[in-house]
Ligand binder design. Structure first.
Ligand code: SAJ
Length: 427
């Protein structure tokens, strides 16, 4: 590789872009990271990370190498050979894709694009977005996509908090808008990722990502529905899942929960269903899974109300402590967390709500500022119901079970201690 191809650019230094920047820098690339947030740029320039999976030392080491440059100015990207776009692709309130961040990045890139550069979109988008939306924007530079510059899609597969798989251990799928674009992207990414998987088009790569995450959303919806069915039948769904898991093939365990949180799973399937509508194609599984998953917070509140009712208590005026507000175990991210819906519903019914989450010291939601309460005997004993929403590994379930009067466990977190207590109830 000649020198200039060892210069890598990244637009968007969030939970996807920053780890990618660090990895490329570690591999000896000169890295130019662009973010629109002055604050983030300043933090990085001072060797500070704001992403859980990236330490200050990681950032410091890259800065010390002299090969890590961070700025808000896209002009620096003129020096880069390959440039990865890692900006958010959320949903609008109407559950339609919000492509504004990607469009903004592409428009800024078009102003600095040079012949021979390679652009790789990593943000999750609908099938066809790279070719139909991004390529024309970049061609405002006067350069032709696939000929004067190269363009590919490579889905981000960052799994926040996952200690088992390092970023570069996770195979990297790549699809270019033409063969040459795929080959150029493979050449670059194969220097950093252990395994790169070339596909025939950007659309295949876009669709692969949506399949991965729609698969999860639909299966989580399935197990949530079966959890409600099993409960009506007086069957412990958690034991049933453990039994089904003993089958060494043809089964993958999913678990019921309080709802579907995070920045991927509740969102990505709607990029697919939105585009499918343009082809008059049905995506009823996506809609159905969303309907079931979205109803889980209300179901949880209904169960808590029933449990209190059995003690002659109304939800109104009862003290409810949520354990965990993050969207999943051992992360500090509250995006789309079902805990927020549960808090809103409990407040609507007049409950006195508080929370503890060691990963989320404070929370702003429902026009209120909340602090994570110190988890001790007094706090637990004072509750009419302790509601386990996120089963962080740090929780001492024996201690919690011993001091709480009533527990509703939406994660089967108390499986190791439940047999000693009869005040613990399961989703
Ligand atoms: N959830 C359940 N039951 C399950 C699994 C998850 O209720 O059996 C809930 C979680 O509590 C959470 C939501 O679903 O609220 C999403 O959980 P997730 O395990 O899918 O975690 P995410 O959102 O961090 O998904 C990411 C995805 N990674 C990328 O998009 C790059 C996903 O593809 C990964 O498979 C997933 O991490 C993972 O395996 O951890």
């Amino acid at each position: 590789m000649s020198y200039q191809t060892r210069i890598f650019g990244i637009v968007g230094l969030g939970y996807v872009g920053l780890p990618l920047a660090i990895e490329f820098c570690r591999r000896g690339f000169e890295v130019y990271g662009i973010d629109r947030s002055e604050e983030r740029v300043k933090l990085l320039q001072h060797g500070k990370s704001y992403i859980g999976d990236v330490s200050d030392a990681d950032v410091e080491a890259c800065l010390t190498s002299g090969r890590f440059h961070v700025s808000t100015d896209y002009a620096l990207l003129r020096k880069a050979y390959a440039i990865s776009i890692c900006v958010p692709t959320p949903l609008r309130k109407t559950k339609d894709p919000d492509m504004s961040y990607v469009v903004n990045a592409a428009e800024n890139l078009a102003k600095v694009l040079r012949p021979g550069q390679l652009i790789i979109l990593e943000s999750t988008v609908y099938p066809g977005a790279t070719e139909e939306l991004i390529a024309p924007i970049l061609e405002k530079s006067g350069l032709k996509a696939g000929k004067d510059f190269y363009l590919a899609f490579s889905p981000e597969r960052v799994d926040p908090g996952n200690r088992k798989y390092k970023l570069t251990d996770i195979p990297k799928v790549i699809g270019g808008i033409n063969r040459e674009s795929t080959e150029k992207a493979l050449e670059v990414y194969s220097q950093v990722f252990k395994q790169v998987i070339p596909l025939n088009s950007a659309r295949e790569a876009e669709m692969a990502k949506l399949l991965e995450n729609t698969f999860r959303a639909v299966n989580i919806g399935l197990i949530n529905e079966l959890a409600l069915v099993a409960r009506k039948m007086g069957i412990n769904i958690w034991n049933v899942i453990e039994a089904a898991k003993t089958k060494p093939f043809g089964f993958m365990a999913f678990y019921p929960g309080p709802g579907l949180g995070g920045h991927c799973i509740p969102i990505d399937p709607f990029y697919l269903s939105w585009k499918a509508k343009a082809y008059r194609a049905d995506t009823s599984f996506i809609e159905l899974a969303d309907k079931i998953n979205s109803q889980m917070p209300a179901y949880v509140v209904e169960r808590v109300a029933d449990l209190l009712n059995q003690q002659g208590k109304a939800l109104k005026g009862s003290k409810i402590l949520l354990l965990g507000v993050a969207y999943k175990r051992d992360v500090n991210d509250i995006r789309e967390s079902p805990a927020l819906d549960i808090i809103g519903l409990l407040l609507q019914k007049g409950a006195e709500v508080s929370y503890n989450d060691p990963y989320v010291p404070h929370l702003e939601c429902l026009n209120r500022k909340w602090q994570s309460q110190k988890l001790n005997e007094e706090l637990l004993a004072a509750q009419d119901c302790v509601l386990i929403v996120t089963d962080h590994s740090v929780y001492d379930w024996e201690f919690i079970a011993r001091h709480a009067k009533l527990i509703f466990d939406t994660r089967n977190a108390t499986k190791g201690v439940r047999n000693k207590y009869n005040h613990i109830h399961l989703l």
